[in-house]
Design a protein around this ligand. Sequence first.
Ligand code: HEC
Length: 250
Amino acid sequence: MSDSSQNKPDLDDNTNVLVNASAVKRENNVLKDGSEPISLWVMLGSALIVLVAGGALFNSNLFNYDELTAASYTRQAQPSDGSGGVVPIPAHKAYDKVGAKLAKASCLACHGSNGEGAGAVPPLAGSEWVNGPSMRTAMIILNGLDGPIEVAGKSYSGNMPSQGSGLGAKELAGILNFVRGNFGNEASFITMEMAQTAIDSSKERNGGQMTVSELNSNYNVDIEGAEFDPNTLVDPISLEPVEADEISPH
Ligand code: HEC
């Protein structure tokens, strides 16, 4: 058996004197009110931060972002016209953009990417149903079509499902202007107001696909609506006309 007394601390040992000394030192660092003095490094660090921040605020380029913008850029306040800074564009361009997106998604897969038609699907390009009375075109889009139909001198007897679901005045006007103003077509402009008139007429039906005889007996007209200059400046998102005095000078 080893002598365990050798492992026990000797109270007279030097180590104990050292331990006690450091405990006393710690105690001295606690001030009378119980707080400890701030380290010199914390004080120096804080002083440095104050110095740098003061310099940056009052006479340096630390917060100057000029170098991050192009030379031609001038900072401008948001226009107070509620447009959120949107730049108005001519109506025919704005409607065309809205219509192009929708038509590519829901018409051109069948009618061909240039409206040229394909097999049992008649063309939109040069079609009298696209360029003719606009109410017929609108009713075909909103309700679909059950053949037979003659288009540009050729007979078709297919079936087009209704494309009306989810179409508001803005979307319908966009599609109508897109198909009536592209692929070589040059038909008259359709406003959102006119598109809404067509939607309302369509709702008065009992639903179901259109036939050529119903189109020709009930809808062989242009959609009524106020005259509108397709060059009128409109908001490209809402398609609402923007008054000239609402446009902020740029
Ligand atoms: C699923 C395929 C399909 C889709 C999608 C479709 N069509 Fe059609 N469309 C047809 C077919 C087929 C006919 C011919 C129906 C018939 O023979 O009675 C037709 C006929 C037409 C006609 C009359 C004839 C002509 O070619 O001018 C117009 C106008 C028309 N579609 C426009 C549109 C527009 C605009 C859209 C998109 C909103 C659209 N179609 C989406 C298949 C489609």
